[in-house]
Write a protein of this length. Structure first.
Length: 118
């Protein structure tokens, strides 16, 4: 079992920045890849970014490339999402998730709300 807890969401003006954190517990953190997803009001959940077990194999959705950066600290069992140049369309609940096998995200956090005002 893996427990994931997100933090760092909030209200920010367009053009601002936030850093989300996701603290993991329960199994060896470096044994699974991590991803960030989001669900905007009235929309399907969508992929945002992912990172491999050792910090390589980083991928981003086209909509966030160049603005968001995913990273992880295996010593702290934490994955981060640095979000810069935020836009109102980034408003969503952001979730972190853990994958033991490729693209199979078995464990999810509760989510943290990010609201970007125009």
């Amino acid at each position: 079992q893996v427990q994931l807890v997100e933090s760092g969401g909030g209200l920010v003006q367009a053009g601002g920045s936030l850093r989300l954190s996701c603290a993991a517990s329960g199994r060896t953190f470096s044994s699974y890849a991590m991803g960030w997803f989001r669900r905007a009001p009235g929309k399907e959940r969508e992929f945002v970014a992912s990172i491999g077990r050792s910090g390589g194999n980083v991928y981003y959705a086209d909509s966030v490339k160049g603005r968001f950066t995913i990273s992880r600290d295996n010593a702290k069992n934490t994955v981060y999402l640095q979000m810069n140049s935020l836009k109102p369309e980034d408003t969503a609940v952001y979730y972190c998730a853990a994958a033991f096998t490729r693209n199979n995200y078995d464990y999810w956090g509760q989510g943290t709300q990010v609201t970007v005002s125009s």
